[in-house]
Design a protein around this ligand. Sequence first.
Ligand code: XLS
Ligand code: CA
Ligand code: CA
Length: 438
Amino acid sequence: MKEYFSDIKKIAFEGKDSTNDLAFKYYNSEQLVAGKPMKEHLRFAMSYWHTLTGEGVDMFGSGTMLRPWDGQEGMSLYKSRAEAGFELMSKLGVEFFCFHDLDIAPEGHTLKEKYDNLDEMVDHIEHLMKETGIKCLWGTSNAFSHPRFVHGAATSPNADVFAFAAAQVKKALEITHRLGGENYVFWGGREGYDTLLNTDTGLEADNYARFLKMAVNHAKKIGFTGQFLIEPKPKEPTTHQYDFDSMTVLAFLRKYHLDNNFKLNIEANHATLAGHSFQHELNVCRINGALGSIDANQGDPLVGWDTDQFPTNIYEATLAMYEVLKNNGLAPGGLNFDAKVRRGSFEVKDLFISYIIGMDTFARGLLVADKLMQDGVLEDFVTKRYQSYHSGIGKKIINNEVDFEDLACYALKHDQIINQSGRQELLEEIINRAIYSV
Ligand code: XLS
Ligand code: CA
Ligand code: CA
């Protein structure tokens, strides 16, 4: 098969003292951590869109990326990108990919043409998957880029758009199923609003739920048993996205009785845009049994939009992996790098370096989180902090044995309260020490 990145060999693990830009310092795929190989904890995935179709375009300028498929057009461009993508994943040891329908095949002039293009590309990708052993973590549909989705897809005021989006998601589900996708993602796209002056939010929410139910029913019909995921994001492209954050999504799913069919895909950059930490969003999902998968990236804290940068922050990665370990893993979800190289990092080498750094950051985060779990200091601290609920009046509260009258009676006799320090700084120092030690 044609080699697209002939200057770059397979990326090896060389250990933390290596100074080789093109080697892993922490990601050692087979190394056992908490009883299983690193790769099974991390389940790294390539984002097809940022990696293969992103050109480095921004509001002020055109594309900058130099890619081996430059100059090609039509189906041959899409085929080259796919081949290059599988080569990149093989060289990095990334075992999964995630894709939108629009990433893998051209839109076409009609819906029928779109379907045909997808079928042709799915044949090609299926072949590359067989050759390399690389699997599909999740598929999704791009129902936000084309002008027809200007007012949303499932929440558009135009019923023809709702129908078109349904036809698109039907096909995306079918191809995800054909490619053995382990999950199917709904990110809100343009499901939100810019002004309430022209928006029937009640109808839009009901329609969004109707749409998701149809997707669940279609999955049953075709035998797709993968996990459905919703990916919250608070804003961008619309001013107010309906899937604002995890709590909002969970409340929506429960209202429409969809909570048994969906888990959540948490993206770090979306969490911070919602005014939360990444760990907060993972934690909300975990305690609700809804942590499905992760889009591992980071935002720039100095700007207020979704910059989708490769993750390099070891502190964040540690706390994220701590939640993942407490969740007993992510499978069938994984860690998708929904991240793009900066516009100024336009060489192919930058693409490889970015993946290496992202993978190393999360591998090291996993090692530190495992150390924290083994030491048990944080867990013990939290357990002790709530010990007033292990006996006496606390136990009665937990067992639902008391009411306001009983509690008032108790409080009248115990109104000289003694609290204990939360020791936040000490706990932060424990995390720092664990990071330095790995
Ligand atoms: C956009 C989202 C998107 C989803 C997939 O902000 O992150 O890329 O992950 O549609
Ligand atoms: Ca994003
Ligand atoms: Ca994402």
